[in-house]
Design a protein. Structure first.
Ligand SMILES: [Zn+2]
Length: 241
């Protein structure tokens, strides 16, 4: 049970609430109803104080409606974001306020705080994934290009569902931000694969031979990532982003 702690929750500001309440709404799920603004840490402390009650309630709910636990309501954001590629674990708190949607990033604490309505916050989250992938994956790409003397002309990050990466004839490589959910050795593989296209603009036997020389075991990694998006490490909610 502890692996799922804390469960996803929202904070709802209510002028009518006399005090802070923790409740489980049949549709909205776990929420803190509060008359005043709460900081992310305060919110986490509050649900920690009610842990036994929350776990018992959620457990009972799950056994009465087993499907409710697997179906991800569109409005409900994850409480945790694990990024295997970077071996990072981020905590996400959603404050369901009516103010303009915004994302606060605390890199030191690896904590994200989303404010606003959930329809808008998915977009903000997606932008952060792209920015984070840009900051973390592109330097590695350029470094590898330098080591291997690859004529890399430019790079970028997209939110691509169908391909991990692509390489243009002009020498530009685009990577998918969804690579954040691959394993680190697979990320290295995709980087080598795309960089190798700067020398072989196809998937000819020469391409694969050169790739295997750059990175022994490349072929096996290629097979491994074809269906990577079906793995458990690719969270269900990614489909909603
Ligand atoms: Zn390719």
């Amino acid at each position: 049970m502890s692996a799922h702690w804390p469960p996803p929750f929202q904070i709802r500001l209510s002028q009518r609430a006399k005090r802070i309440l923790v409740s489980i709404h049949p549709k909205r799920g776990l929420e803190i109803v509060t008359p005043k603004r709460l900081g992310a840490q305060q919110a986490l402390d509050i649900i920690a104080q009610h842990r036994a009650w929350i776990e018992a309630k959620l457990h009972a709910r799950q056994s009465h409606a087993p499907h409710a636990a697997t179906a991800w309501p569109a409005h409900q954001l994850p409480a945790h974001i694990r990024l295997p590629a970077l071996d990072e674990h981020w905590q996400l708190v959603h404050l369901a306020t009516t103010t303009r949607a915004q994302l606060r990033i605390d890199s030191a604490q690896r904590q994200l705080t989303l404010l606003g309505e959930s329809e808008q916050v998915w977009g903000l989250l997606q932008r952060w994934f792209i920015a984070h992938a840009k900051a973390q994956l592109l330097p590695a790409l350029h470094q590898l290009a330098e080591v291997h003397n690859d004529p890399l002309q430019g790079s970028g990050i997209r939110w691509n569902h169908t391909r991990w990466g692509s390489c243009s004839h002009a020498g530009r490589i685009n990577l998918s931000a969804r690579m954040l959910w691959l394993e680190p050795c697979e990320v290295i593989y995709v980087l080598h694969h795309e960089l190798n296209h700067l020398h072989h603009f196809n998937h000819s036997p020469d391409f694969w031979q050169a790739l295997e020389e750059r990175l022994p075991g490349a072929l096996a990694l290629d097979h491994g990532i074809r269906h990577a998006h079906r793995r458990a490490s690719f969270p269900e909610w990614l489909k909603l982003v």
